[in-house]
Design a binder for this molecule. Structure first.
Ligand code: IVH
Length: 667
């Protein structure tokens, strides 16, 4: 093909593909078939390869991804990307409305859906997308252009050759998360908990191919410089952005006047919410007149002309089929609700903890009740209440059990305590839970010895007490013959078991499962006592004199290390070759980590919070879950919570992802 001919064909194909993208992804109104689209795209790709002089960063071929970056560059926002103050009920909306009226502002608002995703700032020069950034801390974001380019509803070229900044939300459709999690389940990967984290994780990929596969989408809702375009109201701004080619939620956005109309909008949206193909977590109410917005101004954190009404956590009804009891490693008995499976916030719920007898009595639950379920903190399912009006009379009373469901021994409940305990130290349930705990990630971290395998090994009699784990190598042949365990996985498992012998003492101390000794206390103790003999030879007073160790913990520790069976266990593990010393300080030290207290908030792209916490601890740092004056450093990822604000308030050192990553990379 001749050059000129190629040029005009390239232009034509780009035009057709851009139109098709727009019709399909922005207007949700496909005009050509998938086959036609693919064939145009392939033809364009070939022509661009043959005639690289006509390549363009805004060609629709750039939407498939492929660009890989080595780190996220920081971008300072010209206009800060503020968030909105949250309100939770109508009274707070009325307060907002009254403040508006008091300022002599006309109470005309635009109500919009609050999309559950992450905000993005898009920059166009002469009508072409030049870069896209995350919100970050509102002042500085990260350059995510390579990934945003792959989002089909983001135009690479808009309908006017102007310089403009546009803001909106990147989100993951509900269905995409479902499909992604199905796949992750099959691959044995941890499931993504909600659309927001999934979208944030996808946009923080260095390789844009991965982001492209995640099928992200956008809703555009904010024009930072409306006066540059002679725009007078937010409604006009939305219309203007839509005309430019952006995906604006026309069927959802609505101009309303006064409090009754806001209320009506909330009611209608609440009813529609579960049928939407994307998650919304509330409603945004914005003063419509831009002149009035200017007059109202900003606080240090928020605009005074808008609020976000947050929905109460989603509740779904289902039947409480049964209440069953499980036995933990300390012998504690937990009642659990067995539910007819229901989908709550995108995942299926079949079980929910009912904590203890008092909890079930307090909630007045009967078997057969219709109950409402919600996810506390978006993740853990919780039974909210039984629906009294749905009772038929055939429901069965809840009765607390008196005997251990596994070994049958009589349960005990100590005075003033809510929990029942199985006191039988040889109860199989307690023993297998204790073994699972010993191998768990924060304890001896034996990869491959999870709940199911351990239960198998326990039931087969291969592992009934901790030292048996280290004797598993003698059963190698039997293990390989077991269904589901190949030679390779058995080899890996045995290697992980051998490796665990070299762990620093805090892991063993936590793994022993001494009542009240969590991983952090275990670390505190081994830092002081250094080896297991010092722990065994300590008195009650020695333990009690330690800051952060109260009388109960001191007693538990003293009793544990003076029990003949426990002493025998430790001696046996010593014989086997399990390390009995604290290795931390000798092995690992880092000037920026050792001796400091860290708090982690937000999502990190290169690691998860638990692993980073482990790493910091292994270098002599400490982590805690809340920010206080004692905190030395707050590590802030994407979408940080209120801990970040608190850190700024208290003037605590803040490390962003780039900083912590560079430290971790050089460890
Ligand atoms: S307006 C200055 N409109 O909610 C106003 N935000 O807490 C900027 N969000 O950071 C925001 N849907 O990520 C606005 N229709 C909507 C929104 C929306 C979701 C997010 C956004 C923002 C946060 C505010």
């Amino acid at each position: 093909m001749e050059k000129n001919e190629a040029k005009s064909r390239i232009e034509e194909l780009r035009k057709r593909l851009n139109e098709a993208n727009y019709n399909y992804y922005v207007l949700d109104n496909p005009t050509i078939t998938d086959q036609e689209f693919d064939s145009y795209l392939r033809e364009l790709e070939n022509l661009e390869m043959e005639f690289p002089e006509f390549d363009s960063p805004t060609s629709p071929t750039k939407k498939v991804g492929g660009e890989v970056i080595d780190r996220f560059k920081k971008v300072k926002h010209k206009i800060p990307m503020l968030s909105l103050p949250d309100v939770f009920d109508l009274t707070e909306i009325e307060d907002f409305h009254n403040r508006i009226i008091k300022e002599n502002v006309e109470p005309a608002y635009v109500c919009e859906y609050k999309i559950d995703g992450l905000s993005v700032s898009l920059h166009y020069e002469k009508g072409e997308l030049i870069f896209a950034a995350t919100r970050g801390d509102g002042i500085t974001g990260e350059d995510i252009t390579h990934n945003v380019k792959t989002i089909k509803s983001v135009p690479l070229k808009i309908n006017q050759p102007i310089d403009i900044e546009i803001r909106g939300e990147i989100y993951m459709p509900k269905k995409v998360l479902e499909e992604l999690n199905e796949k992750r389940k099959i691959d044995g990967q941890p499931l993504l908990q909600n659309v927001r984290n999934a979208a944030a994780g996808s946009i923080r990929q260095l390789d844009s191919k991965i982001a492209a596969e995640r099928k992200l989408d956008t809703w555009i809702y904010h024009l930072p410089n409306p006066e540059d375009y002679g725009i007078k109201t937010h409604e006009e701004a939305l219309h203007f952005m839509s005309e430019l080619g952006f995906k604006v939620n026309k069927s959802a956005n609505c101009v309303v006047r006064g409090i009754e109309e806001i209320e009506k909008y909330i009611k209608e949206t609440t009813e529609k919410r579960s049928t939407l193909p994307y998650e919304i977590d509330g409603i945004v109410i914005k003063v419509n007149s831009l002149e009035s917005q200017k007059q109202l101004g900003f606080t240090s954190k928020y605009p005074k002309w808008a609020i976000a009404y947050k929905f109460p956590a989603e509740e779904v009804l289902t039947t409480l089929r049964d209440i069953i009891f499980t036995v933990g490693r300390t012998g504690r008995i937990t009642p659990n609700a067995v539910l007819d499976p229901v989908i709550v916030m995108g995942s299926t719920v079949k079980r929910a903890t009912l904590h203890n007898e008092d909890y079930v009595v307090m909630k007045d639950l009967k078997i057969g009740d219709i109950v409402s379920i919600r996810k506390a903190g978006d993740v853990i399912p919780e039974v909210v209440e039984r629906k009294l009006e749905r009772r038929t009379g055939s429901e069965q009373e809840f009765k607390m059990i008196t005997n251990c469901p596994i070994c049958g021994s009589v349960l005990e409940k100590k005075k003033d305590q809510v929990d029942h305990y199985c006191m039988n130290p040889t109860c199989p349930a307690r023993k297998s839970e204790a073994l699972i705990h010993f191998c768990s990630r924060k304890a001896m971290n034996i990869d491959g010895l999870g709940i199911e395998i351990m239960e198998d090994l326990f039931n087969l009699g291969f592992v009934t007490k901790i030292p048996d784990i280290y004797a598993l190598k003698e059963h190698k042949k039997d293990l390989i013959e077991l269904e589901g365990y190949g030679t390779k996985s058995v080899d890996n498992l045995l290697a992980a078991i051998e490796d665990s012998k070299g762990n620093s003492l805090e892991r063993l101390l936590f793994g022993l499962g001494i009542s009240g000794i969590g991983d952090k206390t275990a670390l505190l103790l081994v830092k002081i006592f250094k080896n297991v003999d010092n722990l065994m030879n300590s008195t009650y007073e020695d333990f009690k004199n330690i800051k952060d160790i109260g009388p109960t913990l001191a007693e538990n520790l003293y009793n544990y290390f003076h029990d003949v069976e426990n002493i025998a266990l430790v001696e046996e593990l010593k014989e086997i070759g399990v390390n009995m010393n604290y290795l931390g300080e000798n092995e690992r030290h880092h000037d920026l980590i050792s001796g400091k207290r860290f708090v982690l908030t937000g999502t990190l792209s290169f690691t998860d919070r638990d692993s980073l916490s482990d790493l910091l601890i292994s270098y002599g740092g400490a982590t805690s879950s809340s920010v206080s004056k004692k905190t030395d450093v707050v590590i802030v990822g994407e979408n940080p919570g209120s801990k970040y604000d608190k850190a700024r308030e208290l003037n605590i050192e803040i490390w962003d992802e780039e900083k912590i990553k560079s430290i971790v990379d050089n460890l």
